[in-house]
Ligand binder design. Structure first.
Ligand SMILES: NC(=O)c1ccc[n+]([C@@H]2O[C@H](COP(=O)([O-])OP(=O)(O)OC[C@H]3O[C@@H](n4cnc5c(N)ncnc54)[C@H](OP(=O)(O)O)[C@@H]3O)[C@@H](O)[C@H]2O)c1
Length: 338
C-alpha cells in the first residue's frame, strides 16, 4: 500500500511517500481502507517537529480518518467487514475520566496514523460514521469535534441560554460554535478576519470581535454580555490569550484550556483565576463515549461539519502548508481515491 511517513528526522522535507505492506489484523484489531482524512494543528506540529512530544520515527501521521472495514482480527465483535467507521484519537480511552486514556495510545503518534491507504485500529477505537455525512465530513470528527464536544457538553454541561466564547475560526472553534448554537447557547467568536466573522455569524454566532483590530477584545466580549462575561470559553490561544479569556469569562464561568495557537510563552497570575472564581480545566480531546454521544447529537440535529478545502491525499504536504497559513475556516481535509 501507499502511505506517507516521516522518516529519519522531523520536518516537511522528511514527510515522504512510502510503500508498506497492507497491515494484517491482529486479535481484536480491524483494518480499514482509508477513504478520507482530516488535518489537525497537532499533525502540523508533529510533521514540523514542534509538537511537545517527539515520537519515534518512522511515523505515519494523522489521527483523523474514515474508512471501510476490510478485515477483522480474531474475536472482533464491535464491527463487521463493510462498516464505515471513524478512527478515534485515543486508542484505549473508551469511557470515564482521562486516567482511563493510557497516554501512549494516540493515533498519528506514537501509533501509525491514517495518512495511508490502509490502517490498523483497535476494535475499541472506532465509531460508526454518521450516515448523513460524506466520507470527508465524517473524517473531521475524531479530534477537533470531540474536543469541542467534550469541553462544552461532557465536561461543561452546556445549557440553553448560556454564552460561549470561541477564539478564532479553526477546526475546534467552529465545531464548538456549531454545538453551542445547536444547544441553544449564544456564541461570540473572535477572529483575525471580518470575512471569517461574517461566516461565523451565518453559522449562528450572535456576534464577532476582530482581535487584530481590537487587541483588547475581552472588553468587547464584556460589552456584548452586558458586563457579565461568558459562561464558557474555548481557549485555543494559550498563554497569549489566556489573561483576556479570564477577563471575558463570567464570575464562576468555565475556561477550557485546549491549545496554544498564539505560542507557548506567557504569564498567568493565579490570583486572576481566584478573583474571577473561574473553573479552568485542560481538555485532552475526549473518550469514545464522548464521541458516541456527540454522534447521536450530530444525527438528531443533522449537523454538517464545515469543510474549508479538500485536497487529494497525495497533496498532503500542500494541505498541511495551507493549514499552517491559518487562512482556513473550519477543517482542511484529504480524500483518498480508488
Ligand atoms: N487539547 C486538545 O485535546 C486539543 C484538541 C484539538 C486541538 N488542540 C489545539 O487547539 C488549537 C486549535 O486547534 P485547531 O485544530 O482548531 O487549529 P486550526 O484549525 O489550525 O486553527 C487555526 C485558527 O486559529 C485561529 N488563531 C490563530 N492564532 C490565534 C490567536 N492568537 N488567537 C485566537 N485565534 C487564533 C485563527 O483563526 P482566525 O483566522 O479566525 O483568527 C486560525 O485560522 C491548537 O493549538 C491545537 O493544537 C488541542
Amino acid at each position: 500500500m501507499k502511505a506517507f511517513a516521516i522518516e529519519g528526522a522531523y520536518g516537511f522535507d522528511n514527510l515522504r511517500r512510502v510503500e508498506r505492506p497492507i497491515p494484517e489484523p491482529r486479535r481484536r484489531n480491524v483494518i480499514i481502507r482509508v477513504k478520507a482524512a482530516a488535518l489537525n494543528y497537532r499533525d502540523l506540529e508533529i510533521v514540523r517537529g514542534t509538537y511537545h512530544t517527539r515520537f519515534p520515527l518512522p511515523l505515519v501521521p494523522l489521527s483523523d480518518g474514515v474508512g471501510e472495514v476490510v478485515a477483522v482480527g480474531e474475536d472482533v465483535s464491535r464491527v463487521r467487514v463493510g462498516d464505515r467507521v471513524c478512527s478515534t484519537f485515543w486508542q484505549r480511552w473508551v469511557a470515564g475520566g482521562f486516567e482511563m486514556a493510557e497516554p501512549d495510545y494516540q493515533l498519528g503518534g506514537p501509533f501509525d496514523g491514517v495518512l495511508a491507504e490502509y490502517a490498523r485500529l483497535d476494535e475499541q477505537a472506532v465509531v460508526p460514521a454518521p450516515e448523513h455525512l460524506s466520507d470527508v465530513e465524517a473524517a473531521t470528527l475524531p479530534c477537533a469535534a470531540v474536543t469541542a464536544w467534550h469541553a462544552l457538553v461532557t465536561e461543561g454541561a452546556l445549557r440553553a441560554g448560556e454564552s460561549v466564547l470561541v477564539l478564532g475560526t479553526g477546526g475546534v472553534s467552529i465545531f464548538a460554535l456549531q454545538f453551542a448554537v445547536a444547544s441553544g447557547a449564544r456564541v461570540i467568536a473572535t477572529s483575525s478576519s471580518d470575512e471569517k466573522l461574517e461566516r461565523a455569524i451565518s453559522l449562528g454566532a450572535f456576534a464577532g470581535v476582530n482581535y487584530r483590530r481590537q487587541p483588547d477584545w475581552a472588553n468587547a466580549v464584556l460589552d456584548l454580555t452586558g458586563g457579565r462575561g461568558v459562561d464558557h470559553v474555548i481557549e485555543v490561544g494559550g498563554p497569549a490569550t489566556f489573561s483576556q479569556s479570564l477577563r471575558a469569562v463570567r464570575v464562576g464561568g468555565q475556561i477550557n484550556v485546549i491549545g496554544y495557537l498564539g505560542g507557548t510563552e506567557g504569564f498567568i497570575n493565579p490570583l486572576d483565576i481566584f478573583r474571577r472564581q473561574a473553573r479552568v480545566r485542560g481538555i485532552p480531546v475526549g473518550s469514545r463515549a464522548s464521541f458516541e454521544a456527540m454522534v447521536r447529537a450530530i444525527r438528531v440535529k443533522q449537523l454538517r461539519p464545515v469543510v474549508d478545502r479538500v485536497y487529494p491525499w497525495t497533496e498532503a504536504i500542500d494541505a498541511l502548508r495551507y493549514l499552517e497559513s491559518g487562512n482556513h475556516f473550519g477543517k482542511v481535509c484529504l480524500e483518498l481515491s480508488g
